[in-house]
Write a protein that binds this ligand. Structure first.
Ligand code: PLP
Length: 388
């Protein structure tokens, strides 16, 4: 392990998994034209909200007939309004393999108290058996498990002829991974992840079949105003044109537009995906040449290119009692942060001890390359300080 610190640092040391690094070259002046101090329902305000929807649709290639809305309360708001509005019409398969997916299981089991529910869970690093998902039932899952760095490899396990709805929390996947839209009936995300926008609002995409469910099914439980997507039994179409349910932050809207314009300038979705995959490739090469560290994702096909989660496999570390493992992993992240080489790279608080490095599209490959030697340095420091 090298004891001397590396000579170079990443130009941008931001590797948090949310809010994520701003796009290269971002500065507050990018928000100079924000629609501030004016009503979001005035023509100019509504036009900006509609522009976020239009640019997002176009970059992502949403199929015709899919609706897209800006909704309250970030990704959580978007997911929960879908769960509360749609679940209960038929049985549901709830899939979870890390903290956020488990949160949706809790919603379905303890809050909605659904009785026809199958829970398909897997430990950190693994996926549940996707082939067990029943096409007659609804399915709720995350595309990318942000806290384990495990993503579903594709949508082949989702039947085209399904009768149930697929509800997909894709917040750390959208704009960095190819999504098979026709297989997804509800897709949610937020602005602060892959495009590095400001956190505030959620995005909710609905397939025609999801809309049909909304118009034909009335849940047994009450729906608060911020969850209501229908009016008199019909879809509230206005919400999908930028007439938000309640007041949005127009500063965040401006920032979202800035990030979407950047995405277009660099070449749209293929370029965004290529940037994230390049970051994963840099980490994969580095991991392959190291004995002390490995991916938390067991199957390489499921390794996330955004929330890249690593475990420490060095026998010395493995022999430590669990609390000391957690402390040692945190100390590695703390050394890197103190050296201003990389911020916020500790594993998620509920995940196994280790490191989590965001590799989404706003992170430059050169910065990822510059970060990794600091991990060797910090690990050597932690191990050395503990008598090895
Ligand atoms: C998979 C997943 N779901 C939900 C959330 C919560 O998102 P938000 O804070 O935007 O509501 C996150 C945040 O990291 C996430 O990664």
């Amino acid at each position: 392990m090298p004891l001397a610190p590396p000579k170079t640092r990443p130009h941008n040391p931001c590797f948090s998994s949310g809010p994520c690094a701003k796009r290269p070259g971002w500065c507050p002046e990018a928000l100079g034209d924000a629609w501030l101090g004016r009503s979001h329902r005035a023509k100019g305000g509504k036009a900006r909200l509609a522009e976020v929807i239009a640019r997002s649709r176009s970059i992502l290639g949403l199929p015709d007939g899919y609706r897209l809305a800006i909704v309250p309360a970030s990704d959580t708001g978007a997911v929960e309004m879908a769960l509360w509005s749609l679940l209960g019409a038929r049985g549901v398969d709830m899939l979870a393999w890390e903290s956020f997916g488990s949160g949706w299981v809790t919603d379905a089991a303890k809050q909605l108290k659904l009785n026809d529910m199958r829970i398909m869970q897997a430990d950190y690093g693994k996926l549940p058996d996707l082939s067990k998902v029943d096409r007659m039932r609804d399915a709720v899952f995350t595309w990318n498990g942000t806290t384990s760095g495990v993503r579903v490899p594709n949508g082949d396990w989702i039947a085209d002829s399904r009768a149930g709805l697929t509800i997909c929390d894709a917040t750390s996947a959208v704009f960095a991974m190819d999504l098979p839209w026709a297989k997804l009936d509800v897709v949610t995300w937020s602005w602060q992840k892959v495009l590095g926008g400001e956190a505030a609002h959620g995005m909710l995409a609905l397939s025609p079949r999801a809309v049909e469910r909304l118009e034909t099914y009335r849940p047994a439980w009450p729906l608060p105003k911020i969850f209501r997507l229908t009016k008199d039994g019909k879809l509230n179409e206005e919400v999908f044109t930028g007439a938000t349910i309640n007041t949005p932050s127009m500063l965040c809207v401006e920032d979202a537009l800035d990030s979407l314009r950047w995405a277009e300038e660099i070449g749209g979705l293929p370029a965004l995906i290529a940037r994230a995959e390049a970051n994963l490739a840099v980490v994969a090469d580095w991991v392959a040449a190291r004995e002390w560290v490995d991916f938390l994702a067991e199957d390489p096909a499921t390794r996330s290119c955004t929330s890249i989660c690593l475990k420490i496999v060095d026998p010395w570390f493995q022999a430590l009692p669990a609390p000391e493992q957690a402390a040692a992993a945190k100390a590695v992240a703390a050394h890197v942060e103190k050296a201003e080489a990389g911020y916020d790279i500790a594993a998620y608080r509920e995940a196994p001890p280790g490191l989590r490095i965001w590799g989404g599209a706003t992170v430059a490959r050169e910065d990822m390359q510059a970060l990794l030697p600091w991990l060797d340095w910090a690990y050597g420091k932690v191990k050395g300080a503990r008598g090895k």
